[in-house]
Design a protein around this ligand. Sequence first.
Ligand SMILES: [Zn+2]
Length: 308
Amino acid sequence: MMQDIPRLNADRACPVCGATTHVNFADEHIDQERINDFTYASRKQPEFMCLRLVRCTSCNLVYAPNPPDNQFLSVAYADAAYDSSHEAQCAAQSYAHALAPYVAHLRGRTVAVDVGAGSGPFLPWLVDIGFQTVIGVEPSRAAIKAAPASVRPMLREGMFGSELLEGVKPSLICSFMTLEHMEDPGIFIKTVYSLLEPGGMIAVVVHNWQGLLNRALGLHSPIIDVEHLQLFNPSSLDTLLRNTGFEDIKVKPICNRYPIGYWLRLTPLPSSVKGVIDGVLKKLSVSDMQLSMRVGNLLAIGIKPEQE
Ligand SMILES: [Zn+2]
């Protein structure tokens, strides 16, 4: 249980394009009583709490101008509770499906790195498609502990940075649903760029705040979350990769496959109503049935030029 979130002293500029002109997007809504170990865990019950959010009038990124400081975030993620194994498997399958056609064209297959790997559900796929070395970087101890014995040796505990990957020249660095959580996504993308071998690929998946469903749900969308320090749309994601030097950038909406019961948990319905519907779904034995939906997630890939 935490008392108060320590903040930066001054508002930050847009973390993608550096502009300082913005319009209001959402007022801060934080209930200190409800901040707990699960607040910084992935795939939890939505809490509908958020930091003050603004929209950059230059690149259309939605971001928190006054996020918690980095040290606070490091500790919060290291201590985050972990409760999402089955859903993490479903998400990993969705990402593999979306990424497969692009990775097929990748020439290098030496090292693949997954940043924010959780308990490592995506790593076996990277091994299967022929990478010689597969590394997952993950700050949460609980997530690493939850990894299957066959995957755990591939996981490295800590926040992503060149120190954790010294001497490694990856052909592919991927990261799913993590850019929203970073104090500075620009530094992350630059670090990825510097680590990759020439011709290497970055692949990220993010929420799209302009996705139809997210716009329909407005401030009740599960993407409006105290953990999210920025929210992308196709143009801000493209800008982020392009400004760093990546080429052949593609930004595409992707489908996510999850059990129906999980989709229900994400809806903004009151929990009493969810309980009733959940009971009916379980009675009909359809709660675990997989449902594929486009919920406003974006895959972006980019290639580091062979010659700079
Ligand atoms: Zn911007």
